[in-house]
Design a protein. Structure first.
Length: 133
């Protein structure tokens, strides 16, 4: 599973850097709680179903946070969530061998093409929240 904050740099430019950090941290914490509720990153027999449920749960949390951010900050927070299957490398981005140019990275430094997969999928994904007007 991967997630993308739509126009994240525009949001960052519109807000104080500390407020932007707070919003992103809250999104990550809510998303992580959902993923943990569905088994985390442990391979289970029904992992595909759990991943789908987790993706929907992350979208629901993003919608809730988007309402709060809209009311408090006047900006639209939209999040795309995608699923992919196959081999993955998981870990903290930039941490030792899992960072760019680390072991297991592709020719361009992306971990097993994950960035390319996310980039190629984003046009098909609809943000979890869109302002109705």
């Amino acid at each position: 599973m991967f997630a993308d904050v739509v126009r994240s740099m525009d949001i960052a430019a519109a807000l104080d850097v500390e407020r932007f950090r707070e919003i992103v941290t809250e999104l990550v914490e809510r998303s992580a709680a959902v993923v943990q509720r569905y088994g985390g990153t442990v391979a289970l027999e029904d992992h595909a179903v759990r991943a789908c449920l987790a993706a929907v749960g992350v979208q629901e949390q993003a919608k809730r946070l988007a309402v709060e951010v809209r009311e408090c900050d006047g900006v639209d927070l939209q999040v795309r969530v995608g699923l992919n299957s196959g081999q993955v490398i998981a870990g903290e981005i930039g941490s030792g061998s899992l960072g760019r140019r680390g072991r297991g990275a592709g020719r361009d430094g992306a971990a097993d093409g994950t960035e390319h997969t996310a980039a190629s999928c984003w046009p098909a994904g609809r943000p979890a929240y869109r302002d109705p007007d």
